[in-house]
Write a protein that binds this ligand. Structure first.
Ligand SMILES: CC(=O)N[C@@H]([C@@H](O)[C@H](O)[C@H](O)CO)[C@@H](O)CC(=O)C(=O)O
Length: 307
């Protein structure tokens, strides 16, 4: 690839069959991610089921992700929490654990009702992170906290030490903001895998997503085709990726994505309620549909994974 592009895997949190965190599977997962071509990992975010874990479990997993990476790829730890006090504690812990950056979802039960309130929360957590780069995690369709990210970037850049940019996981209608934000020289990490090419066209130079855990080669090919000026090939490859994601959404969304990660890379165990995972018996059907849309043509290593 000519220009640099950061494809970052939103890592699942490995759990044992009884639902307890499984620290032993973190290193095998990180080893796989390092080999897969991703340039970073995002721990304890949505894919990591952050809101279903206790603070102590999140701290233990954060430590193990950092230890397992051992400097091979940067580790960003999501620290957002409905309790700002807990979020600040997680931010300080991430700093002490050696994380490379942190990210913060806004509190989403008692929701900040203005950009000023969002910035106040971000400032608290940034300060607790003691200078760690911090990204605002913008996912309004799940948090119910709408933010104009161009305005947020402008205000945060001037007033919040360590502010590094936005993790932008928002429906298409906001996509125009991404291009404007990129112009502001702050990093906007695009978080909608099924629209990666649209994000790249809008100017994104970083993407964070769940399906990059097992399909990084396919998505890296999308970006490479675009950078080489072959828009038709980039669109064709994006269509394979989007069809793949559609299969997984039809079979259960994040639960099906974690099942695919388990079956195609490293076994990270079940999801925690309220998330549900398709049963193992479903996998041959899902795998067949993934093969039909061409996933395994682009991820050779996966084709050999046990069906
Ligand atoms: C709502 C959601 O889970 N979005 C995912 C996407 O990667 C998503 O799984 C993918 O686009 C398929 O819909 C990521 O943006 C989430 C993420 O990066 C994280 O785990 O924090």
């Amino acid at each position: 690839m000519s220009a640099s592009f950061d494809l970052i895997a939103a890592a699942p949190s490995p759990l044992a069959e009884n639902g307890a965190i499984n620290l032993e599977m973190v290193r095998p997962l990180v080893d796989h991610l390092v080999e897969s071509g991703v340039t970073g990992l995002f721990a304890l975010g949505t894919t990591g089921e952050c809101m279903s874990l206790t603070t102590s479990e999140r701290q233990s997993l954060a430590e193990e992700f950092v230890r397992s990476s051992d400097g091979r790829i940067p580790v960003t730890v999501h620290v957002g929490h409905n309790s700002l006090a807990e979020a600040c504690g997680l931010a300080t812990h991430a700093k002490l654990a050696g994380a490379d950056a942190i990210a913060m979802l806004p509190p989403c039960y008692f929701k900040p009702n203005s950009l000023d309130a969002v910035l106040e929360c971000l400032r608290c957590v940034a300060s607790a992170g003691k200078g760690l780069p911090i990204y605002y995690y913008h996912i309004p369709h799940l948090t119910g906290v709408p933010v104009d990210i161009v305005e947020l970037i402008g205000r945060a850049d001037d007033t919040i030490d360590g502010f590094a940019g936005v993790k932008f996981t928002s429906p298409a209608v906001d996509l125009f903001q991404l291009g404007l934000a990129e112009a502001g020289e702050k990093t906007v990490a695009f978080g909608v895998d099924e629209m990666l090419l649209s994000g790249v066209l809008a100017g994104a130079t970083m993407a964070i997503g769940s399906t990059y855990n097992f399909a990084a080669p396919l998505f890296l090919s999308v970006v490479q085709a675009f950078q080489e000026g072959d828009l038709e090939e980039a669109r064709r490859l994006q269509q394979v990726a989007t069809s793949m994601i559609h299969v997984l959404i039809r079979h259960g969304g994040l639960g099906a994505i974690k099942l695919a990660i388990n079956e195609l890379t490293v076994d990270c165990g079940p999801t925690r309620l309220p998330l549900r995972m398709p049963s193992g018996e479903q996998w041959p059907i899902i795998r067949e549909e993934l093969a039909e849309v061409g996933l395994f043509d682009w991820c050779q290593g996966l084709a050999s994974a046990d069906s």
